[in-house]
Write a protein that binds this ligand. Structure first.
Ligand code: FAD
Ligand code: NAP
Length: 521
């Protein structure tokens, strides 16, 4: 089940792929983007085009299908655009034919030419599965082991830094019927969404997120346990108790044997993404192109996606593993607030727009009820503490950029006592594109603190509301605080150029960095 293997074709380090082909080359979004490591791709250079080329049977390595052991001296020689080899996690790829398809552009790729690019790739696109994407470019293995990237240290796995958390530890005890694993995080702000547990066959995996670190318990259990288990967090002391039910009432002499990276504390950014297969339970139309997908977690998984975070979904498209990020929502804006209060939340909901000419979403749309989709551990840098004592919450969303706002909005209305006002400015092309419009209006009717305004870029002539794109005039009218010195949080999410432009405008309006949270990959 784990995708943490390091060999080509099996690896798990998944990277974002959306910018490779989205927005369309001619669209305003692409023209305006030009920002961080995004280079407009030429026509015919989308991810799908690359998959087609790599499956064409063309010899992309120049080695006629042979795999070789590559010395460091040999690697260094291949440092030109037309002859470019890069080592990623001990495997060497000839990326010359991939150059034009790389979303970050040739120059970014050339930074790793003839050398070990593992750290560079991890920094930029930690979750792209290069092993799968570049498998036809594989030249061979490094003859000498490359420098081991951080996070894969085999011996002393505990990293103790001044900034990092003090070393967590674990223990276990048993009664006739249960085995209890106790994790001592030595940290106060630990909640049920800080721990992710997967129990598959005899492999037990519990990853605890402690600040920006990941503490892993990974054990091959010595005896069988039942599928379901319970998890309890004693928040004030940072203790986590996982109670496993024995299948047989026998006394265990030991818990089991350590598996990969067991008892390690490593920076979260250096961990691979772990996937478990979730079952598609339902799929409902929300707008003409957006659907609500419900996925069910396996019974032996405990996973609650923290508010404001996303996960990656993985599909194999014409033989290549592709992952894309999606932000879980609730099943409805009006349903009772369930997370993170209910520990046994087994369902994850997503609002997903289907792009007919897209790579991933049409495949997702073709899944049948009952099919399985691998879902990763959560990622993202939104911290719920940002909402503490907030009085005015302003949400700026464009299209599916609405998705992170769903949980934030509900959490704030229910759990932030200081809150006076929540305003959502929702940018769409047409009225038909507005996600959950009637629910938003019902919520605004029921809760006087909440207000929603729509801005349409391509309305019909009947539209009486606001029109256009994000602008200083729209924002200065919208962002009226409840008092001059009120504590404010602004959240912004949508197409990258929309978000970048919005941030700039907010700075121009004198909102500080700390008052703005933008959602990006
Ligand atoms: P792509 O293949 O990326 O194509 C998108 C569009 O570009 C299509 O209209 C396609 O026609 C056009 N296009 C692509 N290539 C070309 C070409 N060569 N020529 C012309 N046109 C082209 N989305 C959601 O719906 N819900 C979410 O909750 C969500 N959460 C996200 C969270 C994060 C952190 C991020 C970064 C993104 C999120 N997204 C979400 C967006 C999502 O990850 C995908 O980018 C999106 O689903 C598009 O995927 P796709 O492969 O189907 O489309
Ligand atoms: P869309 O329907 O194409 O656009 C929504 C609105 O934004 C439209 O009014 C559109 O105007 C406007 N817009 C687009 N580009 C703009 C720009 N450069 N400047 C100002 N306004 C602009 O949006 P979508 O197809 O739903 O796409 C949603 C985006 O949000 C995707 O890029 C997705 O990756 C991103 N997203 C990110 C996260 C996250 O980071 N956590 C989560 C969810 C979604 P026009 O009519 O002029 O195009």
């Amino acid at each position: 089940m784990s995708d943490s293997g390091q060999s080509p074709g099996q690896g798990s380090r998944m990277l974002n792929v959306p910018s490779q082909s989205f927005p369309a080359p001619s669209s305003q979004q692409r023209v305006a983007s030009g920002g961080r490591s995004k280079v407009p791709l030429k026509q015919g250079r989308s991810l799908m085009d690359w998959i087609r080329l790599s499956k064409s049977g063309k010899d992309l390595t120049g080695l006629k299908g042979r795999l070789i052991d590559v010395t460091e001296e040999e690697l260094k020689k291949h440092n030109k655009k037309e002859d470019c080899w890069i080592c990623i996690r001990g495997f060497v790829y000839n990326v010359s034919s991939y150059m034009e398809f790389h979303p970050g552009g040739e120059d970014e790729l050339m930074r790793a030419a003839g050398s070990d690019g593992t750290d560079l790739f991890d920094q930029v696109h930690r979750w792209v599965n290069y092993e799968s994407m570049l498998k036809e470019c594989l030249v061979g293995r490094m003859a000498v082991k490359p420098a081991i990237p951080k996070g894969l240290l085999p011996k002393s796995q505990m990293i103790s830094t001044k900034e990092g958390p003090s070393s967590p530890s674990y223990d276990w005890f048993q009664t006739d019927s249960v085995v209890t694993i106790v994790i001592y995080t030595k940290q106060k702000d630990i909640h049920l969404d800080s721990i992710i547990i997967d129990h598959q066959n005899d492999s037990f995996r519990a990853e605890t997120i402690i600040k920006d670190y990941s503490y892993l318990i990974h054990i091959g259990l010595n005896h069988e346990v039942q599928e379901d288990f319970s998890v309890r967090v004693v928040e004030n002391v940072g203790k986590i108790e996982i109670v496993l039910k024995k299948t047989e009432n026998i006394s265990w002499k030991c818990l089991g044997h350590p598996l990969e990276k067991h008892n390690s504390l490593i920076p979260k950014k250096d961990t691979g993404l772990y996937y478990r297969k979730c079952q598609l339970i339902s799929k409902e139309d929300v707008t003409h192109d957006t659907k609500l997908f419900c996925l069910m977690l396996p019974p032996s998984t405990h996973l609650q996606v923290p508010i404001g975070q996303h996960v990656y979904l993985k599909l194999t498209i014409t033989g290549t593993e592709i992952v894309k990020p999606y932000t879980p929502v609730f099943d409805s804006l009006l349903s009772e607030f369930k997370e993170p209060v209910l520990p046994n939340n087994k369902y994850i909901y997503f609002l997903i727009k289907i792009y007919p000419a897209g790579l991933f979403t049409p495949e997702l749309d073709h899944l049948q009820i009952g099919d399985f989709v691998p879902v990763s551990n959560p990622e993202g840098n939104f911290k719920i503490s940002k909402l503490q004592e907030v009085e005015d919450l302003f949400l700026l969303a464009a299209g599916t950029g609405f998705t992170p706002m769903v949980k934030i909005l509900k959490y704030a209305l229910i759990n932030v006592p200081s809150l006076r006002k929540v305003k959502l400015m929702f940018f769409n092309k047409t009225e038909d594109d507005i996600i959950w419009r009637s629910q938003l209006e019902k919520l605004a009717f029921e809760d006087e603190r909440f207000d929603v305004e729509y801005v349409l870029s391509a309305p019909t002539s009947e539209w009486k509301g606001k029109q256009g794109h994000i602008s200083p005039a729209l924002l200065s009218e919208f962002l009226n605080r409840s008092s001059e010195k009120s504590k404010v949080l602004l959240c912004i999410c949508g197409p990258t150029p929309f978000t970048e432009q919005g941030i700039k405008l907010l700075h121009d309006l004198n909102f500080s960095k700390d008052e703005i949270h933008s959602f990006t990959a």
